[in-house]
Design a protein around this ligand. Structure first.
Ligand SMILES: Nc1ncnc2c1ncn2[C@@H]1O[C@H](COP(=O)(O)OP(=O)(O)O)[C@@H](O)[C@H]1O
Ligand SMILES: O=C(O)C1=C[C@@H](OP(=O)(O)O)[C@@H](O)[C@H](O)C1
Ligand SMILES: [Mg+2]
Length: 261
């Protein structure tokens, strides 16, 4: 065997070690999940991710390949999250609720924590129409916007393991709720009119609130919508006074309990 062949042989052995280590690592990830579940511990522990990153940084020091190794670990980390997400939720998560309840914020966080794909319905519609929500309403009217929402929801049925953040009006149509349930679990986020007002008072892209952006106006519209929101929901999470992390954790617990029933 010449030297080149010998090096190639060594490289292949190295790859085998990497594969073995990754398989072992993924098995440990699964054990950690099972442990958290058994002892009712929070699934999301962002401080642990920070600790891991700090340890890695220290370990790599000024290693001349540190950038390349970081890059590999970013992938490893992402894939661990995906493994967790697949194990926890084998379906799409669909967030509904009133404007300002936190659908966009919570879906962003969830998709970061579990490396899940995200579909922000308002944003997809704005990009496709090349117009803001405000302008779509002003130019084509609300009905046109609602039709776009329904088509998008149907399109999303072919996805898996995706977080779908709905616009606040999506669950008002019975048809939409039927379409949502075909491929996902529906999570209703709630908040008091006072909380909602505080969260949306400076927003310019919620035309439905034009002329009623005050606690009374919000409260009135919320009451009109309440029944439909509640009827659509598989689980409900109130967000008043809770951090984004707390809301996500409660949602995961409730979704997991639902699966166990
Ligand atoms: N749990 C929360 N605590 C504090 N502020 C929040 C929380 N959830 C959302 N917000 C804030 O409220 C505002 C509206 O949230 P957003 O996610 O856009 O709501 P939605 O998509 O339901 O209309 C944002 O400024 C966001 O940062
Ligand atoms: O409640 C509604 O009818 C709407 C809510 C908005 O989304 P957010 O709930 O994310 O604000 C957006 O889709 C549009 O302005 C209409
Ligand atoms: Mg939103």
């Amino acid at each position: 065997m010449n030297d080149l062949e010998m090096y190639r042989e060594q490289l292949a052995l190295c790859d085998d070690k990497i594969i073995d280590a990754l398989v072992e690592r993924n098995a440990i990830v699964e054990k950690i999940m099972a442990y958290k579940e058994e002892y009712g511990m929070p699934i999301l522990q962002p401080q642990q991710e920070a600790k891991q990153a700090a340890r890695l940084k220290e370990k790599l020091g000024d290693n001349k390949y540190r950038e390349e190794i970081y890059d590999v670990f970013r992938r490893i980390n992402r894939n661990s999250k995906r493994i967790q997400a697949r194990k926890l939720f084998d379906y799409n998560i669909i967030l509904i609720g009133f404007m300002g309840a936190g659908k966009t914020t919570i879906s962003d966080y969830l998709s970061t924590m579990f490396a899940m794909n995200i579909v922000e319905m308002d944003q997809v519609i704005e990009e496709r129409e090349e117009m803001s929500i405000q302008d779509i309403f002003a130019t084509y009217g609300e009905e046109y916007f609602r039709e776009l929402e329904t088509s998008l929801l149907i399109e999303m049925q072919s996805r898996k393991n995706t977080v779908i953040s709905c616009g606040g009006g999506v669950a008002m149509r019975e048809r939409n709720v039927e379409e949502m349930k075909k491929n996902g679990r529906v999570v209703l986020l709630t908040a008091s009119p006072e909380t909602i007002y505080e969260r949306v008072k400076d927003s310019r892209n919620r035309p439905v609130l034009n002329g009623r952006k005050n606690v009374e106006g919000i409260s009135e519209l919320m009451e009109q919508r309440r029944e439909k929101y509640e009827a659509a929901a598989d689980v409900v999470v109130n967000t008043d006074g809770k951090t984004v992390l707390q809301v996500c954790e409660e949602m995961i617990q409730k979704l997991t309990e639902m699966e166990e029933k």
